[in-house]
Design a protein around this ligand. Structure first.
Ligand SMILES: Cc1cc2nc3c(=O)[nH]c(=O)nc-3n(C[C@H](O)[C@H](O)[C@H](O)COP(=O)(O)O)c2cc1C
Length: 328
């Protein structure tokens, strides 16, 4: 179990917010497959505060995915507070502030990881959100902007002092992108320096990595991103491993059924054609590292509707079944 403020989460595994991926259909699947907490992707506080229809759509949620975290980004304390209130009224169970996104479009507005180099502004943003809502509040950070600036421990103390209920650390500098391995020892250092729960994140690709991250850092929860895009079963598999039970690998038919369910859920909101396009990236993640996936992955770029998607998926899984039957 993971306790964040007043929220009791049934297990300590959290699906990472991921732009373009953690939409409602994917969150519903991931929740059913065992994640304790799911989150929206980063949502513009300004967009919410201004009532932009497209931005408000990110708040669409469903009872079956609860509890739901809504991640907001922005640099203006008032807009962030207003956005948190709108998210709370829209049904959020937890608010997360994005202080880790290194993308240029975001940092040039002073938002995301830019807040890591302006701790006064960061404190104003977190405090404004804290004052407006009693909802559990988390802040997701990288380890700092660069090795030359404030480090994770200083930033973590500011977050705690401003009243956040937990923090999430992805231990790379913003300036590093994904170019170096996540430095889990920084999670251990931050955990030692604060009293609020710390959720560790970064490079958890196998169930064993999640347990190792906990053991090596003492973190209270583990957030999984890319590992769950490749293997959405990673949450239940980690729980099995933690209980000393055998890890169950999904059968081919189960993988195929998940892909088709994902597509059908997406097409309910996006329509057939847009859902098929959105599935291209999803299919590349789902099949990364699977045997004989090279040809299929090439074909993915030509998927344009339900028919071409079903045909490509059918063909690939039939070839996998045949290969399995031959023992190759
Ligand atoms: C495609 C993609 C989209 C992401 N979108 C977000 C986002 O919206 N908000 C956020 O805080 N982090 C975002 N991240 C970062 C992840 O939440 C996570 O911190 C990072 O991927 C490290 O975890 P992992 O090694 O388990 O993937 C994104 C990462 C990727 C690869």
């Amino acid at each position: 179990m993971l306790q964040i403020g007043s929220l009791s989460i049934e297990n300590s595994l959290v699906m990472a917010p991921m732009a373009g991926y953690t939409n409602l259909p994917f969150r519903l699947l991931i929740k059913r497959l065992g994640a304790g907490l799911v989150m929206t992707e980063m949502v513009s506080a300004m967009g919410l505060a201004m009532g932009q229809k497209k931005t408000l759509e990110y708040l669409k949620s469903h009872e079956d995915e609860k509890p739901l975290g809504v991640q907001i980004f922005g640099a203006d304390p008032q807009a962030m507070a207003r956005a948190a209130m709108i998210a709370a009224e829209g049904g959020a169970d937890l608010i997360d502030i994005n202080m880790g996104c290194p993308v240029r479009k975001v940092v040039k507005t002073g938002s995301g990881a830019a807040l890591l180099r302006d701790l006064k502004k960061a404190a104003a943003v977190i405090s404004a959100v804290r004052r407006i809502t009693p909802l559990p509040l988390t802040v997701k950070i990288r380890a700092g902007w660069s090795p030359k600036e404030s480090g994770a421990c200083d930033i973590a103390r500011v977050i705690e002092d401003c009243g956040a209920d937990a923090l999430i650390l992805h231990p790379r500098f913003a300036s590093q992108g994904f170019s170096v391995p996540a430095q889990w020892e920084w999670i251990a250092q931050v955990k030692e320096g604060v009293k609020i729960p710390v959720i560790g994140n970064g490079d958890v690709f196998e169930p064993s990595h999640a347990l190792e991250l906990k053991a090596r850092t003492g973190c209270d929860g583990v957030m999984i991103g890319r590992g769950a895009l490749r293997n959405p079963w990673i949450f239940s598999q980690t729980m099995s491993l933690e209980k000393g039970e055998a890890i169950r690998e999904p059968a081919l038919q189960e993988r195929k059924a998940l892909i088709m369910e994902h597509f059908h859920l997406l097409s309910e909101t996006l329509g057939d054609k847009r859902a098929a396009l959105a599935m291209r990236g999803v299919l590349l993640s789902y099949t990364k590292g699977l045997p004989h996936s090279g040809r299929f992955r090439e074909k993915v770029t030509s998927i344009k509707d339900c028919g071409t998607l079903a045909e490509a998926v059918d063909l690939y899984f039939s070839s996998l079944s045949e290969a399995q039957a031959c023992g190759s």
